[in-house]
Design a protein around this ligand. Structure first.
Ligand code: ADP
Ligand code: ZN
Length: 718
């Protein structure tokens, strides 16, 4: 009798054993349907010896209910799933859910039916039909998607189909294939050298490469050559981007180079695209996939190359569910798949540079901008010497630079990493500060939406007329600037200038990002005021002036990577300036021009900055020279959270080379209505800290109302 050990998608269950019915073909990696009580669970068959569990006798085994007609999850991906579960202390089921994120994709036909308006008006009109017709003009989708969009019932849409106002369209899963030699660029000498070295790596096994090139040096063009080689060898390539807003410009460039768009994967996909794209990826038909970090776990049967673009970006770290870092995990996938992986960045993470130093990664560098464009000139503005007038945030010298730039008809970018109008609102009369009821955080005023909003939990409220504390009316004052306030300042200073605010509030989808890029390229915007969203990736040749509104902002709070991150962010935003034939200028407003970060930026001494930072980390045995893990305990009831945190603290094992700090209230002491306590574990590099934590926590029990999560290699210290 054949048995199968199955990991179900239910994280609360361990592996379960089943009998494989005679006619069924099941091997490791097969996607199966497993009965459990009255339910049917989706699961993946696994090598039994790798997942020990209590053996069940043959007689008591239930038969599997079915096996799905998709390729089994291949061996390298199974090993990656195990590694991820192990390293990040997550249930294997949760990792598998990232491999099989669209259950519809597992059984869906390759052709699917969508509907679109025909232009004809139904004989019988109802208010619901009228509403649907208005909302769905020019739209195409499944009945469900159309009904959702128009906020009517499925029946209304079906009625419109039957009356002839909508018609069915068969959407085909087949897609055109990218052509490796469609439009290859003329590479300059540096680029040629870098490209050959990357091309040579394709097909030759595991090879992690840091592609380290200044902003505007043509890193994308260079790694495109490696993708072209991957296509020639008939293998799949995966490109990870840090931000879905960057997808659209990437798709355009890719299409220009390879003749058709790659397959996209991100959270903004329609469900029909999600299902179709997953199937194309899993069947091997999708030759190139571009996506957010979640694209990393998809079941490419034939992967030949992974590229991580803007590899230093902190958004590659997932902060919920399985708390993995997509950069590190991508390198592991490349290792299991035995393929090259390219980490592309103008400002590599200290961790990545360190890997080059110790010889684990290779480095390919592009030290110059393409086509003779020069690096922008950077200058600090000392805000103590050149302060703006009261209630303003831009120094007079920056204002005159902006004015000159506007007169020349060139574009400017002001960077401030704060959404909304003001980060804090208080009552002038009694000093009351508006705090989120669910979080340890201020409510941020968003004047455009006429709301106060919490950036942690999403709680919103209209700005009240009277102070809730003292009852005085019209006493609320905004404190400090957000991008909206800077936009107001620009409107007052330069009423003629066309300004655009670019944040996740205004650019929430690839479509909106594409509109922004279009408007910039058409010269319809003079001044962009944006958050970190505009610091990376974009290429606007007429953008020549960058102003960093508050360079000190990122240094406050002082977490492990604060200085590094500030340096990267400002370097990246500066990299948007002067990418065409006109030179760029960058002005950095600061209260402390002597701070090492600012000094290094202005003098252009990146190597000096990196080595000082690296030394400081080495001295303190901080990553990558030591290891950190955060244990966060949360509960709605603060005393329950504290009690469990104390018990965990008391049970901390004495291990040579490991120290435990806390428990103490986490810096974000309350989040979404839950009180949070934190312990920080610091260990030497060689210690298997996951093993220690696993045993330590396994010996303690807590009520289901308390949540304990472990963040291995944390990036957020909140
Ligand atoms: P990076 O990613 O290093 O900042 P990009 O790859 O975005 O740089 O390149 C900057 C700009 O220069 C892009 O518009 C790109 O198309 C152009 N470019 C770079 N190399 C070449 C080349 N060899 N031929 C034509 N255009 C190039
Ligand atoms: Zn909140």
């Amino acid at each position: 009798m054949q048995r199968a050990r199955v990991v179900t998608m239910n994280a609360a269950l361990g592996p379960l054993d089943y009998r494989v019915p005679e006619a069924m073909r099941v091997g490791p990696g097969s996607v199966v349907i497993a009965p459990l009580g009255p339910r049917q669970l989706l699961g993946v068959a696994w090598e039994a010896e790798r997942l020990p569990t209590n053996e069940v006798s043959d007689a008591r085994l239930r038969p599997l209910a079915g096996v799905l007609n998709v390729r089994p999850i291949a061996l390298p991906l199974r090993r990656l799933c195990e590694w991820t579960a192990d390293y990040y202390l997550a249930p294997l089921a949760s990792v598998l859910r990232m491999v099989l994120p669209s259950s519809a994709a597992l059984d869906g036909p390759r052709q699917l039916t969508e509907y679109r308006p025909t232009g004809s008006v139904p004989g019988r009109m109802t208010p619901q039909r009228e509403k649907a017709l208005a909302a769905l003009e020019g739209r195409q989708g499944t009945i469900r998607e159309l009904a959702d969009h128009a906020e009517v019932s499925d029946a209304v849409v079906r009625g419109l189909v039957n009356s002839g106002a909508f018609e069915a369209v068969m959407v085909d899963a087949d897609r055109p294939l990218p052509v490796p030699d469609h439009a290859p660029p003329d590479l300059n000498e540096d680029q040629q050298e870098g490209a050959s070295s990357l091309v040579a790596a394709v097909g030759k096994g595991f090879d992690p490469v840091l592609l380290d090139g200044v902003t505007g040096s043509g890193k994308t063009e260079v790694y495109f050559e490696a993708i072209a080689e991957c296509l020639r060898q008939g293998k799949q390539a995966l490109v990870l981007l840090p931000e879905i807003a960057l997808t659209e410009p990437f798709l355009k460039r890719f299409e220009a180079r390879f003749g058709c768009a790659p397959v996209a994967w991100h959270s903004g996909l329609r469900s029909s695209d999600r299902r179709r794209n997953w199937r194309a990826i899993a069947s091997g038909e999708a030759q190139v996939t571009v996506g957010a970090r979640s694209a990393l776990f998809l079941p490419y049967p034939n992967l030949g190359l992974i590229v991580i673009d803007e590899a230093h970006e902190p958004s590659f770290k997932q902060e919920e569910g399985v708390q993995y870092h997509a950069r590190d995990t991508a390198v592991m996938r490349a290792k299991f798949e035995d393929i090259p992986v390219i980490l592309s960045s103008a400002t590599p993470a200290i961790e990545s540079r360190h890997m080059v130093e110790v010889g684990r990664y290779r480095e390919v560098s592009l030290p110059h901008r393409f086509a003779g464009a020069s690096m922008p000139e950077m200058q600090a503005i000392d805000m103590t010497q050149d302060p703006p007038p009261r209630g303003r945030w831009l120094a007079p010298s920056l204002v005159s630079e902006l004015e000159a730039n506007l007169e020349r008809g060139e574009q400017s970018l002001l960077f401030l990493n704060r959404r909304g109008f003001a980060p804090l609102t208080l009552c002038r009369h009694c000093g009351h500060r508006f705090q989120c009821p669910n979080c340890t955080a201020w409510m941020v005023e968003h004047r455009l939406m006429h709301r106060l909003a919490c950036h942690h939990c999403g709680h919103v409220m209209p700005p009240p007329k009277a102070c809730p504390e003292c009852g005085e009316e019209d006493t609320l004052v905004p404190c400090g600037p957000g991008v909206e306030r800077i936009a107001d300042e620009i409107a007052e200073l330069f009423p003629e200038a066309r300004a655009a605010i670019v944040t996740s509030d205004t650019i929430w989808s690839p479509q909106r990002a594409a509109e922004f890029v279009g408007a910039m390229e058409a010269g319809e915007i003079d001044v962009v005021i944006g958050t970190q969203l505009v610091t990376k990736g974009y290429h606007f040749p007429n953008l020549t002036l960058v102003g960093v509104v508050d360079a000190d902002l990122g240094l406050a709070g002082g977490d492990l990577r604060a200085a590094e991150r500030s340096f990267q962010q400002i370097q990246q935003v500066a990299g948007r300036a002067g990418r065409g034939d006109k030179p760029g200028r960058v002005f950095v407003q600061t209260h402390d021009p002597d701070a090492p970060v600012i000094a290094a930026l202005v003098s252009g001494d990146a190597p000096g900055f990196y080595s000082a930072e690296t030394d400081a980390r080495r001295e303190a045995a901080m990553p990558p020279f030591g290891r950190l893990a955060a244990i966060v305990i949360s509960a709605e009831d603060s005393s329950e959270a504290e009690a469990v945190a104390r018990r965990i603290g008391h049970a901390a094992p004495e291990v040579e080379g490991m120290a435990v700090f806390g428990p103490a209230p986490a810096p974000l002491a309350m989040l979404r209505g839950r009180h949070r306590q934190r312990l920080l574990v610091h260990a030497r590099r060689s210690l298997d800290v996951q093993d220690v934590i696993r045993d330590w926590l396994a010996a303690i029990e807590w009520s289901p109302k308390v949540r304990v999560s472990v963040d291995v290699d944390p990036y957020s210290f909140l």
